[in-house]
Design a protein around this ligand. Sequence first.
Ligand SMILES: C[S@@+](CC[C@H](N)C(=O)[O-])C[C@H]1O[C@@H](n2cnc3c(N)ncnc32)[C@H](O)[C@@H]1O
Length: 279
Amino acid sequence: MQTSASVDYGYLRQLVFGLSQNVLDPSRDYLFDTRLTKVLRNQGMTTLDDLIHHLKVKKNPILERSIAEAMTINETSFFRDGRPFELMRTELLPKLIESRRHVRSLRFWSAACSTGQEAYSLGMLMHEHFPQLAGWNIRIEGTDICTEVVEKAQAGCYHRIEMNRGLPARFVVRYFDHVGEDWTIKPEIRNMCNFRTANLCATPLPFSRIDDRFDFIFLRNVRLYFSRESRKTLLAGIHKVLAPDGVLFLGSSEQPADPTIWTPVLAGGTCHFRPRQPS
Ligand SMILES: C[S@@+](CC[C@H](N)C(=O)[O-])C[C@H]1O[C@@H](n2cnc3c(N)ncnc32)[C@H](O)[C@@H]1O
């Protein structure tokens, strides 16, 4: 696709990197032209040149943030990649439930949750297969840097096309209400989940001030957008908020930056990671 020779795309790339740590390759500069049309319209501007000139003259944190958010890739689906959820059902959850039987509490973090399908998949999985968890304190936290996707996750309302991706038909009937063209997640699953905006590259890391550690962290398909350094820093932070017997899932093709603090475990046709404890 064509880009305009006059536009200072390097300025926009640097701005996005500074706010979200997302590294954008110059070969994809054309994405600024397509993705920032709404931002331009909201500002009453017509060209990227106008936008960049405006930002160079006067700092505008809200506008800068909306640019970084518009450049995020929010691709997701229910039960994405299948195998991690299957492994949770058959092996990981039964063991954790047994070892948490005295505290009767489980905490999950869908880090970079996008529009919420990952968090709701966890909620449906537990509701469907682990009735013994009734009365337990189950918390599924979903966070994402992008306000628009977090609002959609909070609404829990999905279009037919989103529903057709990865969701077993019986779950559609059982866990969603059909409202007009859309389906809305039922309160019993919605109430297990809490969504908010948070930047995974900010200091301190979300939840790092909370004492209760997570039992499961899903950090899938987001680190690939970060620089090597930010990936490493993020995983060191994640290590601190995960319980010593907790489990980390990354995207199917991702590896942790630092094998000295993570043990990869191959099981159920997928790989998950256990935190190594300092010896
Ligand atoms: C491709 S989606 C992955 C969604 C989900 N984890 C999955 O695997 O289906 C990547 C998400 O990461 C979010 N993201 C990108 N940079 C982020 C950052 N610095 N902090 C938090 N979320 C970020 C994007 O807004 C986007 O929703």
